[in-house]
Design a protein around this ligand. Structure first.
Ligand SMILES: [Ca+2]
Length: 317
């Protein structure tokens, strides 16, 4: 096992070197191939095919102070090959979600809110009012996996294109954008404020937290959600892959990566009442804003810091 881990670490290092040389080319290619399929549709970025190492590097979870019960869920690291696909440049906004609700009559109602010591359902909250100030250019929150999947299906019907949620592997490949560090900007959680909206000094002044709660020791300017695209993009030209809101993926929940798919497809077996969410949100500690971090959650649950972004099949010849 130690040898395998060492080999994977070496592979990750080699991959970082290879990809760092082509980051500029990849970013240029991505920006040259972004498009939108309709007025009001999400702007989509063409993500090139590639191979990457998925999962947390040995020692990362301990270094980040991840709670014991949550460790080993992003292991073992494993190489994954990904075909070309499209990924939304931004999280789906409240305005985009509103258009979907107005067109389809999609119901909503109730959202899990942080009360200071626990998450509790508040029947009066929903995506229109997640319990904190938002505008239509902020990411939609209080949407379940079922809501997110219905949005993608509506977009597919509307445009004739194959919209869907990203697989978990596609999500992490997009979030890393060729990097092998803990976060796409590096390992330093306290450098987050230029790149991601997480729990920071701004959040600390607005949201009640337990004394042991940690936060980025910088100010990102937003106590709650920020307008999408407020922070620097990653090497693929994608914004907010970490922070702002958690993002649903297609995959059924599995408690670790033993026997995980290695072709970039979604994991269709496991506990499919739970699906994987990624990226962390505006109220998450730095340990939650990591490329490798993953959580499973019931498909029907709406949470005040959780939204999504869409992906699309690449049907270009
Ligand atoms: Ca913040």
């Amino acid at each position: 096992m130690r040898l395998v881990t060492t080999l994977l670490a070496a592979l990750a290092h080699a991959g970082a070197l290879a990809l760092s040389l082509s980051d500029a080319r990849l970013a240029a290619a991505a920006s040259a191939h972004s498009s939108s399929d309709c007025a009001g549709c999400p702007e989509m970025v063409a993500i090139p095919a590639g191979r990457f190492v998925m999962g947390a590097a040995p020692g990362e979870e301990e270094r980040e102070g991840l709670f014991e019960d949550f460790r080993r869920r992003s292991e073992p690291q494993h190489a994954v090959s990904v075909r070309p696909y499209w990924m939304a440049k931004h999280e789906v906004t409240r305005g985009q979600y509103r258009a979907f609700v107005e067109a389809t009559g999609r119901a909503s109602g109730g959202c899990f809110m942080w009360t200071g010591d626990d998450f509790r359902m508040d029947a009066a909250k929903d995506w229109r009012n997640p319990g904190y100030p938002q505008h239509d250019d902020h990411p939609v929150a209080c949407v379940s996996w079922e809501d997110a999947t219905a949005y993608a299906a509506w977009l597919a019907r509307k445009t004739g294109k194959k919209y869907r949620l990203p697989s978990e592997a596609e999500w992490e490949y997009a979030a890393r954008a060729g990097t092998t560090t803990t976060r796409f900007w590096g390992d330093d959680a306290n450098a987050a404020c230029a790149y991601a909206n997480g729990a920071d000094l701004a959040t600390l002044s607005h949201v009640p937290r337990a004394p042991e709660w940690t936060y980025a020791r910088c100010n990102d300017g937003h106590a709650y959600t920020a307008p999408v695209g407020s922070y620097r993009p990653n090497g693929f030209g994608l914004h907010d892959m970490l922070g702002n809101v958690w993002e649903w993926t297609q995959d059924c929940w599995n408690v670790n990566y033993i026997a995980a798919p290695v072709d970039g497809s979604a994991w269709a077996t496991g506990d499919c009442f739970l699906r994987t969410v990624r990226g962390g949100s505006w109220d998450d500690q730095p340990l939650g804003l990591r490329a490798a971090y993953r959580v499973g959650s019931p498909v029907v649950i709406r949470v005040y810091g959780r939204g999504f972004r869409v992906a699309k099949d690449d049907e270009r010849p």
